[in-house]
Write a new protein. Structure first.
Length: 235
C-alpha cells in the first residue's frame, strides 16, 4: 500500500529523528479488515529470533490491543490518564473488529492539531490516552536494546538511540547485520557509524567496545573521530 501522508500533517512530531510514518499504524486495522480478524504489528527496528506462534493462542479477553506495559507513573500523570497502565505501541497484537468497534482510529485522529506540549511521545502517547488502560498486557517477549529488559528469545527491539544499521556495538547488532547479509538488500560491512557530527557519541561507545575486546588500534580510531566530531558538533 502507498499511503496518502497528507492525512497525518496535523499530527505533531515529538522526536526529531522520527517522522509521521509512525502514524500509519493508526489506520492499519481499516486496511487489513477485509483480510484478517487479528494481526501482529511490529516496529521496523525489530528482528524475530524465535517462534511467534504463541500470539495465536493469546486471548485478548475482548480487548482491542495486547501489548507490553511499562510502570511509568510520571508519564501517566503527565498525560492525565485515569488508569495507571501505559503500554508500548512498538508491538501490538490487534483484534481488528474490536479496534474498529471502539473507534480507536477516529479517537486518535481527534488529537490532530493538539498542542505538542501535551505529549512526550507521538502515537504511543495518543493510543494510551485513547485506550487508557483498556488493553491486554502480554508477557515481556523482548530484549530492548540499551534498556534493562530480560531476553525472552522471541524478539530483539533496537529501541535505543544507536541502531545496528549505523554501527555495531555488540552481538545483537552483529546478528542484525547477519540477517542483512543473507537478505537481498545490500550488506553493510563497515561497523563504524557515519562520520557526521551528530554521531560523535556513537564513536565514544564504539571505542569502549573495542577497548573491551582489546582492539587498541580501532579504539584509537574511534576516539579520534569522537574528538573531531564532538568539536565540530559543539561549534
Amino acid at each position: 500500500y502507498v499511503m496518502d501522508m497528507s492525512i497525518y500533517q496535523n499530527f505533531h512530531i515529538k522526536v526529531a529523528r522520527f517522522s509521521r510514518v509512525t502514524y500509519i499504524r493508526i489506520v492499519m486495522p481499516w486496511i487489513l479488515r477485509n483480510y484478517t480478524d487479528h494481526y501482529l504489528y511490529l516496529d521496523s527496528d525489530m528482528i524475530c529470533v524465535g517462534s511467534l506462534k504463541q500470539f495465536l493462542t493469546t486471548d485478548l479477553e475482548g480487548k482491542a490491543i495486547g501489548a507490553l506495559t511499562y510502570h511509568t507513573p510520571d508519564r501517566v500523570a503527565f498525560l492525565k490518564m485515569k488508569q495507571d497502565v501505559y503500554f508500548s505501541d512498538g508491538l501490538m497484537w490487534i483484534d481488528v473488529n474490536e479496534w474498529i468497534r471502539e473507534k480507536i482510529t477516529e479517537k486518535v485522529f481527534s488529537y490532530q492539531g493538539a498542542d505538542p506540549r501535551r505529549f512526550k511521545g507521538q502515537t504511543q502517547d495518543l493510543l494510551n490516552l485513547v485506550v487508557d488502560g483498556n488493553m491486554k498486557p502480554i508477557p515481556n517477549l523482548f530484549h530492548h536494546k540499551n534498556k534493562d529488559f530480560s531476553i525472552q528469545g522471541i524478539l530483539i527491539h533496537y529501541s535505543g538511540r544507536d541502531k545496528p544499521w549505523e554501527l555495531v556495538l555488540d552481538s545483537d547488532d552483529e546478528l542484525w547485520r547477519h540477517y542483512l547479509d543473507i537478505s537481498f538488500w545490500e550488506s553493510m560491512p563497515n561497523p563504524m557509524p557515519p562520520k557526521k557530527p551528530s554521531y560523535y557519541h556513537s564513536f565514544k561507545k564504539l571505542a569502549e567496545v573495542y577497548g573491551e575486546k582489546g582492539e587498541t588500534w580501532k579504539r584509537i580510531q574511534c576516539l579520534f573521530w569522537y574528538s573531531v566530531l564532538k568539536i565540530r558538533y559543539k561549534l
